[in-house]
Design a protein around this ligand. Structure first.
Ligand code: ATP
Length: 352
């Protein structure tokens, strides 16, 4: 096939170096760098507007960076877009179909555009329909599918040329739980086949299950790249999360937590609260429980909780903002004393 492209396995599957993209004054991507090895599944995480889609669109050759570079399979996305498209399957967050075109016709149309011919084309379309379970929908109009079915068609289209790398922008958004599980299973199979997958989502727990590592982006900058455990490991933060339940009114527990030393109230639950004990020391945890009992709290459940990825992410952003605030220079430089101003050689324009 004409679109078969050499995949240089000596280079990372995806390499992004100091990538920039602005829209007017807005720096949507502000010096993003990361590298993804072959066969890895990486989750791309960030708040709305953090820069995920912009980065992914550049990787998919749909937009140009203002600075830096991105390579897929060793091929630069700006200089060799055709090679990159041959290696890469792109699943956008929103996806248009054509009126009066069935699922089968739609996939056949794209297979033809990709250069498949004759029985080879029929076979490839059938393989993709089998994989995405679109067979029963072959005769349905492609613009009349449900959200989950549309996502499967979108995935099918992205897989037609059997790409080595898949970029998926929020593929699970708007899917019901069953459709999400089905999509997750398809992604798992693709990962087992050795594809490299970059996938964005807001459902962090789901990403953590599927991905080898997570790439966190905030305000156009990568703020963390590591496995989910590296974010949530409590010992790294020297604190322990406890889920506590009490008999009767939980208000007594929350009041207690607000004044207890080394204890922070995270949030209230139906029958109690989630607390953060500011120590990973077992003796401190035991002492906290003892103090609760001595203070008369009717504790019915006291168990350690895995740190939630969402909490870890929000904490990390909070810490970063604090650190940035701590090192920011004052908004206006303090005025120089008159004698220093006279001798400083300052080039600032003096008022008339
Ligand atoms: P979401 O999770 O909401 O999809 P995202 O992380 O994918 O967000 P981007 O779509 O990359 O974020 O957008 C990053 C920033 O760039 C946003 O502030 C967005 O409004 C802006 N932006 C993106 N594309 C354009 C464009 N074509 N013109 C102007 N601004 C844009």
């Amino acid at each position: 096939m004409s679109f078969r492209v050499e995949f240089d396995t000596s280079q990372p599957a995806i390499l992004v170096e100091d990538l920039h993209r602005s829209f007017g004054a807005l720096k949507a991507v502000d010096g993003v760098s990361f590298s993804i090895e072959h066969g890895r599944v990486v989750g791309f995480v960030g708040a709305n507007g953090a820069g995920k889609t912009t980065t992914m669109r550049i990787l998919a050759t749909l937009d140009h960076p203002d600075g830096g570079f991105a390579k897929v399979g060793g091929h630069d996305v700006v200089n060799y877009p055709d090679r990159v498209r041959g290696l890469l399957g792109w699943m956008p967050d929103s996806f248009g179909t054509y009126e009066n075109m069935t699922v089968l016709e739609y996939l056949d149309f794209y297979a033809r555009a990709l250069g498949y011919q004759g029985t080879g084309r029929e076979q490839r379309v059938q393989e993709v329909m089998d994989f995405t379970d679109l067979g029963p929908l072959a005769g349905r109009l492609s613009n009349k599918l449900s959200k989950g079915q549309t996502q499967r068609l979108c995935l099918g289209r992205a897989l037609l040329h059997d790409p080595q790398v898949l970029i998926m922008d929020e593929p699970a958004a708007g899917l019901d739980p069953k459709a999400r599980v089905e999509l997750k299973n398809l992604i798992r199979i693709l990962a087992e086949e050795g594809k490299t997958i970059l996938i964005s989502s807001h459902i962090l727990s789901e990403l953590a299950e599927m991905c080898d590592s997570l790439l966190f982006i905030d305000k156009g900058r990568i703020v963390h790249h590591g496995d989910a455990e590296s974010m949530t490991r409590p010992s790294a933060r020297q604190e322990t999360l406890m889920n506590v339940q009490v008999a009767g009114d939980r208000a007594r527990l929350t009041e207690w937590a607000l004044t207890a030393p080394q204890v922070r109230l995270l949030d209230e639950t139906k029958k109690g609260a989630r607390l953060c004990i500011e120590s990973a020391d077992e003796a401190v945890i035991a002492a906290t429980l003892r103090r609760m009992i001595l203070d008369g709290l009717p504790v019915t459940d006291f168990h350690k909780e895995e740190r939630r990825l969402e909490d870890a992410f929000i904490d990390m952003l909070g810490r970063m903002e604090q650190e940035a605030g701590a090192v920011l220079p004052p908004a206006t430089p303090p005025p120089l004393p008159p004698e220093a101003a006279a001798t400083s050689g300052s080039t600032r324009a003096e008022p008339a």
